[in-house]
Design a protein around this ligand. Sequence first.
Ligand code: ATP
Ligand code: BUA
Length: 361
Amino acid sequence: MQEQTYRILVINPGSTSTKIGVFDNDTLIMEKTIRHSTEAINEFPSIIDQFAFRKQTILEALDEEGMNISKLSAVCGRGGLLRPIEGGTYSVNEAMLADLRKGVSGQHASNLGGIIANEIAEGLNIPAFIVDPVVVDELDPIARISGFSLIERKSIFHALNQKAVARRYAKEKGRRYEDLRLIVTHMGGGITVGVHKEGRVVEVNNGLHGDGPFSPERAGTVPAGDLVELCFSGQYYRHEIMKRLVGQGGLVSYLGTNDAVTVEKRIQKGDQQAEMVYDAMAYQVAKEIGSASAVLHGKVDAIILTGGLAYGKGFVKAISDRINWIADVAVHPGENELQALAEGAVRVLNKEEEAKIYPAL
Ligand SMILES: Nc1ncnc2c1ncn2[C@@H]1O[C@H](COP(=O)(O)OP(=O)(O)OP(=O)(O)O)[C@@H](O)[C@H]1O
Ligand SMILES: CCCC(=O)O
């Protein structure tokens, strides 16, 4: 008997781009990355305000590619800042939409994934899903302790891509993901360094809310005392400080752009400030990987560098030179998120798995 073919639209809103793909089961038939400049993003006071803009760019892109959306079987979005949940494919439901709209665990571009998926799916009367949202939480208890009893460390990271790339690496090596000890470093608009210990991400920096290396548009960890002084200086509203840390931090704060390609061009033209800041970002990533290796007692099968910044050869070399004594460094530029979203939806449509219900009981 012939297997049924499901046509799935997948939507991945990142901090600097919206990536979309159309798959026939797990075979990609169309892919597009829509880049958003800092100026375009800054037009909107909050992430949720970008909803109509991002949805419109998606529909236009599908139209330009000649995709007839009435043939879709499902829409699958990248999951956002929900309550902490286990990994897997979830049906979009009202409880999820309410949490995504209010940003129950904070604001992030991926909050739009489930909302836009639902909006498009509803009009076509087809199901909407999310897969492995950024709140997948597998932290070891020891990793939750921050050092300040009023604040607990949280797991907020590029779960979808980190898990997908780690599984792909394991497959390439003929090993099981569940048998490996990996440090997976996703370097995009945000940067997260995950310790994957035998199939669980037992430690990871909260890439969103001020933890870990700075990134193209995030401040990462900043000196706490100085931050408190700034917050109470009377010069800033709360939302202004948050935006300076997340969205306008990192490269944007020093160099006015979130685009590493632009930074590399400036370096080639002799811009010394750009060179210093870009090198500092590589330095901070390397430091985070070094600290992740201590979590694994130095017994690391491989360090994987992935995300858009991993296309930057000089950037990757600056990191590798500092950490390649720990373990082999594997570079997987870009990300595997569209494929992972499609596969998550197909597993449910094929009834290999049941869609999970949010919130988990
Ligand atoms: N060829 C390249 N060389 C260097 N940097 C690159 C290259 N291509 C993309 N980048 C940089 O990668 C960054 C964006 O990465 P990516 O597309 O993974 O981020 P995102 O999906 O928007 O956000 P996130 O991954 O945090 O969700 C940008 O700074 C971009 O300039
Ligand atoms: C929130 C985790 C993903 C990111 O840092 O962008």
